[in-house]
Design a protein around this ligand. Structure first.
Ligand code: BJW
Ligand code: ZN
Length: 236
């Protein structure tokens, strides 16, 4: 199976990677929905920590949680899957991940669908957006522009995805030969809809995941295994 998938990749000229939390799992970053391996949503209520309503109800709690996640991400290093993707500068990396591990691995083309934890933005969307040192103590800060509150520049439930990133991702996925779907449950929309979009546009879908996912039915090849082992094999 892996040899056949590799042959398809070698013949492809336009490869897009669509990744989720499983890509960074072996760097020690928790996934969201793995109940067995301690996914974040098994321990924390996503509506309290990753929704605009949760932030408005208890902003300090949300800021504290993201402060700890920033520290965890700062302490992590890219794994062999990030590095294998980065070594192929022709691959467009559409990622749902808010960590900076693809950047630190040196990937040339990255489209961040759910924003980045490395920046803060104004919760009232006045346009203020700035980089934040990942080890800064978590403090609730006012927006210097409009006096509203600052929050991580990530996309929470019920919020729209950044238009520019979404447009680029749609273009990339509707115009590729292969979509490599790595470490995502494919449960969160609209991001997960990119897999069906690529398939309907004629791309081969190669899934790398430790288990089946909501996208399994779309796979031309489903490679069950760890991203850090399977992705380098596929791309070398
Ligand atoms: C490995 C591995 C290893 C492990 N190797 N693999 C009903 C139907 C359809 C849609 C909706 C609905 N009700 C609500 C919605 C909309 C909602 C949604 O999709 N909800 C579903 C959960 C039902 N979507 C939204 O709200 C989005 N916005 C939107 O729709 O706007 C329009 C709108 C406007 C107004 C009102 C309503 C709608 C926004 C979604 C934002 C998601 N945000 C988060 C948090 C980001 C910030 C942060 O990190 O704190 O994004 S949630 C979380 O899920 C995060 C992820 O990017 C995202 C996807 O998760 P991912 O990456 O797939 O991780 P997991 O944990 O789910 O899966 C990991 C996988 O890895 C597993 O399969 C493992 O097996 C695998 N794995 N180790 C390989 N070593
Ligand atoms: Zn503001």
């Amino acid at each position: 199976m892996i040899e056949q998938a590799k042959t398809i990749i070698q013949a492809a000229t336009r490869i897009v990677s669509f990744s989720g939390a499983g890509l960074s799992a072996e760097s020690g970053i928790s996934t969201f929905r793995d109940a067995q391996t301690g996914g974040m949503w098994a321990k924390h209520d996503p509506m309290r920590l990753a929704s605009p309503q949760g932030f408005e109800e208890d902003p300090k709690l949300v800021i504290q949680w993201y402060g700890q996640r920033r520290k965890d991400i700062a302490a992590a290093v890219p794994n062999q899957a990030h590095c294998a993707l980065a070594a192929r500068s022709d691959i467009i990396n559409v990622t749902q991940n808010v960590d900076d591990l693809l950047h630190r691995a040196g990937a040339a083309q990255i489209i961040e669908l759910h924003g980045t934890i490395a920046r803060d933005r104004c919760h009232s969307s006045c346009g203020f957006n700035e980089a934040v040192p990942m080890n800064d103590p978590p403090v609730l800060r006012d927006c210097p522009n409009c006096g509203s509150q600052l929050r991580p520049a990530v996309v929470w439930f019920g919020e729209s995805l950044p238009t520019d990133a979404w447009d680029k991702a749609e273009r990339a996925c509707s115009d590729c030969d292969v979509l490599l779907v790595i470490g995502t449950s494919a449960a969160v929309y609209p991001a997960a809809g990119l897999i069906a979009l690529a398939k309907s546009a004629g791309a081969k879908i190669i899934i790398v995941n430790t288990q089946t996912s909501d996208a399994s039915h779309l796979a031309d090849f489903e490679l069950l295994g760890k991203a850090s082992e399977v992705v380098p094999q596929l791309l070398h």
